[in-house]
Design a protein around this ligand. Structure first.
Ligand code: C5J
Length: 220
């Protein structure tokens, strides 16, 4: 298959060797009343990508492609949360504190669940990741290698933090990665725009970008 509209040049992939990776589409980042909003962020920016992401997810499932969902999630005892991550800055709520939807970034809490519209179905991989990158301390690379995956299609939030970090990790591990432009978002639109530019600069130094509809069209 080929996404003609991909930037900076067409992207070719074999569906059997490609996974759709949706990064951290969890309630606390996206839903009104969650952790993201308590930090003063405009979560409507992130909510706005849900329809395009759902359309891609449904088309990808229909085509039989592998789906990976990630959540930024720590163990309840925070043994996998470095003090440097927990103590940075002067936020009103820290990782592990009780937030509006349960303990912040703790596995199993209501706010840590993937939003209902994109909820994983049986057979899909769900990765709880303690870092920003999906490959750090997760075993994701081994799971993908065991399935012969060579290409990754990324969506999710936030573009310049967990999505970009994961895509760079994937690049260093040899995957050809594409970021779905309207299936990713940041609380800071300028950071999203800069990330898309950085990814595809210098002849796709990190990977490609393309609109979700271009992927759906390629799937036929
Ligand atoms: C993610 C974050 N998922 N911004 N986390 O990007 O802290």
């Amino acid at each position: 298959m080929r996404i003609e509209l991909a930037d900076p040049f067409p992207y070719e992939f074999d569906i059997d060797r490609t996974a759709l990776v949706l990064i951290d589409m969890q309630r606390d980042f996206i839903e009104p009343g969650g952790f993201g909003e308590t930090l003063g962020n405009d979560v409507s920016l992130l909510e706005a990508i849900v329809p395009a992401t759902k359309a891609v997810l449904e088309a990808w499932r229909e085509a039989g492609g592998l789906v990976v969902h990630t959540r930024e999630a720590h163990k309840a005892d925070l043994s996998d949360c470095p003090p440097a991550k927990r103590n940075r800055g002067n936020p009103t709520l820290r990782i592990g504190d009780e937030g509006p939807m349960g303990r912040i970034l703790v596995a199993g809490e209501p706010g840590n669940q993937i939003i209902e519209a994109l909820a994983p179905v049986e057979g899909e991989i769900v990765i709880d990741k303690p870092g920003k990158g999906a490959f750090y301390a997760t075993g994701l690379h081994e799971l993908l290698q065991a399935r012969g995956i060579t290409h990754l299609l990324f969506g999710g939030v936030t573009t310049e933090v967990c999505v970009q970090t994961s895509m760079r990790e994937a690049n260093d591990r040899g995957y050809d990665s594409l970021l779905l432009e309207d299936c990713t978002e940041s609380y800071f639109p300028a950071f999203k725009a800069a990330t898309l530019d950085m990814v595809r600069a210098q002849g796709a130094i990190v990977g490609w970008t393309a609109p979700g509809a271009a992927l759906v069209a390629a799937l036929g």
